[in-house]
Design a protein around this ligand. Structure first.
Ligand code: R5P
Length: 293
């Protein structure tokens, strides 16, 4: 192992230079994966824009029922036409969501603690690859806890899932977790996103932060940005806009959509930023229009 004490600080990210391996496939770093994996990636990242809007409603996997998700069967269907991918547990999908929607599926595949635990970093692989195939998953989402007590086992979960996914052509979405005592600095996100990509995750989910363009430049696979806790609609749209300007290839947003006073308006507004290059004001107008104000 390299001597970490002698490590020079990385700084030459060349954020003004495009990713070097661009052979025509629209998903960063995925030029040489197999046909089936490319097909699944294309269900996530729309070929026209290269980007994705994921609707995250997997929160019940450790929170149970939460505000906005009390009735998945009622709350989700109006939103689904406006997003590309549904990020959810197999239980929620099988019980509440019709397969006729034909959307990409980011299947929540790790679990292991509940919001009653102080330390949420101890998870296991909670879905067998056979069932991910049966669910027609477009990707399998695994939480990783870099710098937390459960770091090693979460890396093991991620690597085992990547191995299984590679066998069957299913991408793995490596999720960078941030616990209450965990860092949220650019240095932390740079470390975590790059580690997950080096392990072989085909997509990385993380949070927006300062110097975001350096994080996306140093990550050789696409980054999608998590929404995080509910903020004002304008602030959420601003974060989405800055993420895309900083090189993200999409948003994986939950509470800032389903806890909004106009969830459909927010889904449409995020879609305009992600796919149509809308600015914050234009996107906010879409939200207000849908809200009828
Ligand atoms: C984390 O991985 C969670 O399960 C959610 O998928 C994620 O936090 C995105 O949802 P939100 O936008 O509400 O943070």
């Amino acid at each position: 192992m390299a001597d970490k004490d002698g490590n020079k600080v990385a700084k030459n990210y060349r954020t003004d230079v495009e990713f070097g391996r661009n052979g025509g496939f629209h998903v960063k770093g995925m030029e040489d994966v197999d046909w089936g994996m490319k097909s699944r990636l294309s269900k996530i990242f729309q070929p026209e824009s290269g980007n994705t809007v994921m609707l995250a409603f997997d929160h019940g996997y450790f929170m149970g029922s939460t505000a906005g998700l009390e009735r998945l069967d009622l709350a989700m269907p109006p939103l689904i036409p406006h997003v590309d991918v549904l990020m959810a547990t197999r239980g929620a999908l099988r019980s509440c969501i019709s397969p006729q929607y034909n959307k990409g599926i980011a299947l929540r595949c790790s679990a292991g603690s509940s919001m009653m635990d102080d330390d949420l970093s101890h998870e296991v692989i909670a879905v067998d690859i056979d069932d991910a195939i049966r669910m027609n998953a477009s990707c399998m989402a695994i939480q990783t806890f870099i710098g937390a007590p459960g770091e090693k086992s979460s890396i093991e979960n991620l690597c085992k899932t990547i191995d299984a996914g590679n066998r069957y052509g299913i991408p793995t979405l490596g999720v960078v977790a941030v616990g209450k005592d965990m860092e949220r600095t650019p240095a932390f996100f740079k470390l975590a996103t790059r580690m997950l990509a080096e392990f072989g995750a085909q997509i990385i989910k993380t949070y927006y932060c300062d110097d975001f363009e350096e994080i996306t430049a140093a990550c050789p696979v696409p980054i999608v940005v998590a929404g995080g806790k509910k903020v004002t609609e304008k602030d959420a749209l601003t974060m989405a806009y800055l993420s895309m300007q900083g090189g993200a290839r999409g948003l994986d947003m939950g509470r800032n959509i389903f806890q909004s006073d106009c969830p459909v308006g927010m889904a449409k507004a995020i879609g305009a930023i992600v796919h149509n290059n809308a600015n914050v004001n234009d996107a906010y107008d879409l939200y207000r229009e849908e809200k009828g104000v």
